[in-house]
Design a protein around this ligand. Structure first.
Ligand SMILES: [Zn+2]
Length: 105
């Protein structure tokens, strides 16, 4: 049994911290994770893959991405706004590692 974390770091389990945005799990039905769905999102700081600038992927934007754009749960922002605008076609988000060997697609 793998009891490691089943959700990305910006979807921490437990009590919602200040600034967290509540998830609407009925809009997350496209995520096939055997029952592990986020209860809320929190702001996520990341270093841009292109230029290294630290930017925040806000909880509100995550909610839009996962619930409206139907993004993959293990996809997170990897490029800052400037680099996204400079290189058309480069995505805002990219899939990161998964916590175990489950097939998530
Ligand atoms: Zn950048």
């Amino acid at each position: 049994m793998n009891n490691g974390p089943l959700l990305p770091p910006h979807m921490p389990p437990g009590e919602a911290p200040q600034g967290a945005v509540e998830a609407n799990q009925s809009k997350l039905a496209h995520i096939n994770t055997y029952g592990d769905l986020p209860e809320f999102y929190v702001d996520y700081s990341f270093a841009c893959r292109e230029c290294g600038k630290v930017e925040v992927w806000t909880a509100e934007r995550q909610k839009w991405y996962y619930e409206e754009a139907k993004g993959h749960i293990w996809a997170v922002a990897v490029r800052c706004r400037d680099c996204r605008e400079a290189s058309h076609g480069s995505g805002e988000v990219e899939r990161i590692g998964e916590s175990d060997g489950r097939t998530l697609d």
